[in-house]
Design a protein around this ligand. Sequence first.
Ligand SMILES: Cc1ncc(COP(=O)(O)O)c(C=O)c1O
Length: 343
Amino acid sequence: MTDLRSDTVTRPSKEMRRFMAEAEVGDDVFKEDPTVERLEREVAELLGKEAALYAPSGCMANQLALKVHTREGDEVMLEADSHIFNYETTAASFLSRVQLYPIIAKDKGRLTVDEVDAGIRDKAYYMPVSRLLALENTHNRAGGTVYPVARVKELSAFAHSKGVKMHLDGARLWNACAQAGVEPIEYAKHFDTVSVCFSKGLGAPVGSVVAGPADMITEARRMRKIWGGGMRQAGIIAAGALYALHNNRARIGEDHVKARAFAERVANGTKNVTIDLDAVQTNIVLIVPTKIKDLPKAIGQLKEQGVLLSMGKRDSLRAITHLDVSMDDCVNAANIVVNVFNA
Ligand SMILES: Cc1ncc(COP(=O)(O)O)c(C=O)c1O
């Protein structure tokens, strides 16, 4: 079975498991777990932030950031297809009692200054306060697209000039950096807070980090405890994240090469789907079938032939490459997709 449903399906390698098993641990609620502390320190440094906090999931890392940036009743601007708006249930309204303001980006999920400008509220007592702009890089539902650093810089300067803070959902920041050819700090320096995930392209089993100013991270630690996310000997899982950071970051561009090969083979092999090849910038491919409309049925047919895909946004199927599939797996999977859609 070639599992292209997500880059979250990877399993820890033998070496990663060994590193996890041997990790030094302590009670992290007492701030006594040296492996968690090391991960937090290393990621803070990598992102150029004062402090960082390990969280069990990307959702929690994002929601902690929203919580510490906002007051009840504030408004958070984000892109209409963003993960925070679509896939984190109603966490922002539930946990932080804020309103999300979804802005549709015309440029493959990437907002422009004009689009954000149109979303910023006038300052009036009867209007919501525009408190935060959250960007997603890479952008999952747009098909893994990457913000140019220059655009992020412009957006950040503009938002800050309006008193609006910046959060980055950087679940796949590693992929964005590989594609843009920059270090994470080049993106991170334009944001007040940044969340990153280890359980996606980096291949660790669990966890994310939210990084930012020390006072905000202290408050995020308190909120993590309130939400039940205080973990004890979490060094066991943080070690997987550390291992991934040290060993799997440099290779992440290989996943982009596999995604492109897969996308081109499918696009060239059948006229019954469309793929926006310009949007295939990292490890995600969105396939829009033009003939078959019953997508769950198509997913079932592919599964019978050994390929797992997931539903993408609206009328699309999604394939994501990762470190547990080879180039051969991807090419074979593409041939199977072509056969199913040509049948
Ligand atoms: C862009 C983005 N942000 C956040 C998350 C949330 O991560 P988790 O599943 O660890 O909560 C995901 C998960 O796929 C994601 O794609």
